[in-house]
Design a protein around this ligand. Structure first.
Ligand code: DQA
Length: 184
């Protein structure tokens, strides 16, 4: 759904605190108060607004709104609040990463084609130094050679690729685990 406002910048209300946020946690830029749920920023790059219609044999039939809804459900179940956004513009993604410092506890990013081209996104992730996880619907290592290299690799804790929409849910599990460790 090109231009879907819902997927582009839907801010979700914080969900109740769970075991994941019981202990005090300090992010790299700001200490959050104890009664705030951990929050994650889920970023999507160019052409992901076309999911569902875009090369379904590779990316599946789920729309970005479907993935957003599944992510919200998963994050809520883990006691996290999530802000799910999509942009076709590199600079907008860079801005959102910069603004995440002090506002979010972690980032999940499917940079789409910018994965393979963007030093700017890599530098932004390194600058904010939040725990970040790279996500891809497809297995980028089983496709064209140019998709095998990710500029984001050195700036993220890890990558989940090849499991379709499930890649996002696995990444949410991973970031919840990382944030939980941070509280110990
Ligand atoms: C993608 C893989 C990228 O190579 C591609 O440019 C995308 C989607 C994925 O989720 O599989 O747009 O990030």
């Amino acid at each position: 759904m090109p231009g879907s406002d819902r997927a582009r910048g839907a801010r979700l209300s914080p969900c109740p605190k769970s075991d994941y946020t019981d202990a005090r946690r300090t992010s790299s830029f700001a200490r959050k108060s104890e009664d705030m749920a951990s929050s994650i920023l889920i970023l999507n790059g160019p052409n992901l607004n076309m999911l569902g219609r875009r090369e379904p044999g590779i990316y599946g039939r789920a729309s970005l709104d479907d993935i957003r809804d599944a992510c919200v459900q998963k994050a809520t179940a883990l006691g996290l609040s999530a802000d799910f956004r999509q942009s076709n513009h590199e600079g907008e993604l860079v801005g959102w990463i910069q603004e995440a410092a002090g506002r979010f506890d972690g980032i999940i990013i499917n940079a789409a084609a910018y994965t393979h081209t963007s030093v700017a996104l890599r530098d932004a992730l390194l600058a904010v130094a939040l725990p970040a996880i790279e996500v891809h619907l497809s297995n980028i290592h089983a496709r064209e050679d140019f998709r095998r290299h990710s500029y984001l690799g050195p700036a993220v804790r890890g990558m989940v690729a090849g499991f379709g929409a499930q890649s996002y849910l696995l990444a949410i599990d991973a970031i919840a685990h990382i944030l939980n460790e941070t509280t110990d």
